[in-house]
Design a protein around this ligand. Structure first.
Ligand SMILES: [Zn+2]
Ligand SMILES: [Zn+2]
Length: 198
């Protein structure tokens, strides 16, 4: 299954212009099987998107992008509100206690809060976004290197804020994913591959 792990909608991210209908239309056009909606500290769009996706054979998965003290992370597996600036030493064990996952978002992107070399010290990251649609190739290569050196698997996501960016990068999973539980199991299992779609 091909899933874009990182998108923003107008309902949950003031910086995005993507309407829910755009998510469905574009995801189908670029042949994605699923889209994760990862608005900034918001789950406003998720239930609405799931309802609108019914009948379109498109999986909508809900997560949040959290601005931690050390940089942005994508999180899945819980719906509680998390404050901005939370240290990862606090966030990661808490997310794991809820059986969720924490993914380093665009770790080497400049111009956005990103972990940078701190990624080599932070414990417990479940995956690293090695293909991020708003990062340059050089920045993504640094993320790939971190993934290889740390032995932490890499994921791909468009980080789309406009409709035409949806699906630029995605993650291929070799098993069928039906819901968030399957998705988290697959992420914890490490059997997936980041891909460039266009
Ligand atoms: Zn970000
Ligand atoms: Zn983002």
């Amino acid at each position: 299954m091909l899933i874009d792990l990182h998108t923003h909608t107008v309902l949950g991210s003031p910086c995005s212009v993507i309407e829910i209908n755009d998510i469905i239309k574009m995801a189908k056009r670029v042949k994605l099987d699923g889209v994760c909606i990862t608005d900034h500290h918001s789950r406003n769009a998720i239930e609405i998107a799931k309802e609108k996706a019914v009948g379109h054979n498109l999986l909508i998965l809900g997560g949040m992008e959290i601005r931690s003290l050390e940089g942005d992370v994508l999180t899945f597996g819980f719906s509680e509100f998390v404050r901005e600036g939370i240290p990862l030493a606090e966030l990661i064990p808490w997310v794991h206690s809820l059986n969720g996952v924490v993914i380093a978002a665009h770790p080497f992107r400049s111009g956005a809060p990103s972990m940078g070399n701190k990624i080599y010290e932070i414990k417990g990251i479940d995956a690293i976004e090695v293909l991020n649609g708003n990062s340059s190739e050089d920045m993504n290569i640094l993320s790939w290197l971190a993934s290889l050196k740390l032995g932490i698997p890499g994921v791909g996501g468009s980080d789309a804020h406009t409709a035409l960016q949806i699906g630029k990068y995605a993650t291929f999973f070799d098993k069928e994913i039906k819901d968030e539980n399957d998705f988290i199991c697959a992420l914890k299992g490490g059997r997936f591959q980041a891909l460039k779609m266009f």
